[in-house]
Design a protein around this ligand. Sequence first.
Ligand code: AMP
Ligand code: GLY
Length: 424
Amino acid sequence: MNILIIGAGGREHALAWKLSKSLNCENLYVAPGNAGTEKFCKNLPIEANNFEGIKKAIIKHSIGMIIIGPEDPLVNGIHDYLVSDKNTQKLAIIGPKKVAAQLEGSKEFAKEFLKRHNIPTAKYKSFTSATIDLGIKYLELMSPPYVLKADGLAAGKGVLIIKDLDEAKAQLKEMLLNDKFGKASNKVVIEEFLKGIELSCFLLMDGKNYKILPMAKDYKKIGEKDTGLNTGGMGAISPVPFVDKSFKEKIKNLIIDPTIKGLKLDKIVFQGFIFIGLIKVGQDPYVIEYNVRMGDPETEVVFPRIKNDIVELFMATARKNLDKINLEIDNRAVATIMAVSGGYPENYQKGFRINGIGEDSESLFFHAGTKINFNGDVVTSGGRVIAVSSYGKDYNEAIKKSYQEIKKISFEGMNYRKDIGFDL
Ligand code: AMP
Ligand code: GLY
């Protein structure tokens, strides 16, 4: 089967790496891809939101399966677009329809879903410019820090956590009245701050059945000891050491089961990945957010642990018979460390040559922001540049190996966190 992956990051490289191992995968295409996928796939110069271009490529290359990496095209309805055309109707699509993608595309939609189905989450209320005065009053009733969330997609930047009440009020005004995050902040969710440790839980759903994939922990802050600005993710590990049997049961009973039941009750058919962002408060799990795709860099630690033939797993997802699949998970731990451009997540320069990407290393080098320049060199082309994933008998060994390998990589301004796993 010919397969197309949409996206350009480390997540997509990791998915491509795993798909390429399947005997059921003939030609593998990535749109637009990066220098890492270029090596063993065919990169197509089509952006993720160019639905017409994607449809044409599907027809031209006789694609049988498409995996949509990022949230944007899903929230914009790529699944609906492809099934509405007779040429692409039969395509196996990994990624939900627009209505289901609202779980990520609208914070208010997600919060209403959580509330309706009694799934533990932070208390909240949402506001628009018409109700801003009520929003200000609501802030006055809450205790700091204040959590303000743009309702729509804001490229991962739409959540503000603010200690000072006046600053929170000012930011609420910026969001609602001055389009701080464009249309995404025409509505703002204000919620209670939860204190705890975060983890990521992943489900693969076929609309009827589901599989729980390995859980992971992501390190989002740029600075050591989780300080500084939020990034897309600076490293990750799987499994999560503090998820023991009893906590896993709580996640299943309090979060996963009611999520599945809620989708059914709301008649939302979900085909693809559900990424549940969780926080452990005391001994209990709460939902911070839903995403409708895999995480990045979580994919770089989760997929190396899945032993199944991934094309079979995804075909079962498209054919609604995931119940026939026995998920096999590697017992080893995997850790990934992300090398990023100097200055990221704020302004940074691109185009620097990358040296020392291990060719014959045991570790896996998943490219994130890279491209091949006119000289044929691999150069930086994004904030997050390359993720180094390694197996180990436990997370300590896996982290150690990734650090050994990442030290061999160099490019101008390269930065990475030296303390992944510090909190475990
Ligand atoms: P989100 O985009 O909803 O995942 O939010 C981004 C990050 O903000 C999360 O990963 C958390 O670290 C933090 N966050 C969001 N909501 C809350 C909350 N209610 N309490 C504490 N931290 C939060
Ligand atoms: N690593 C977090 C995310 O993919 O949203």
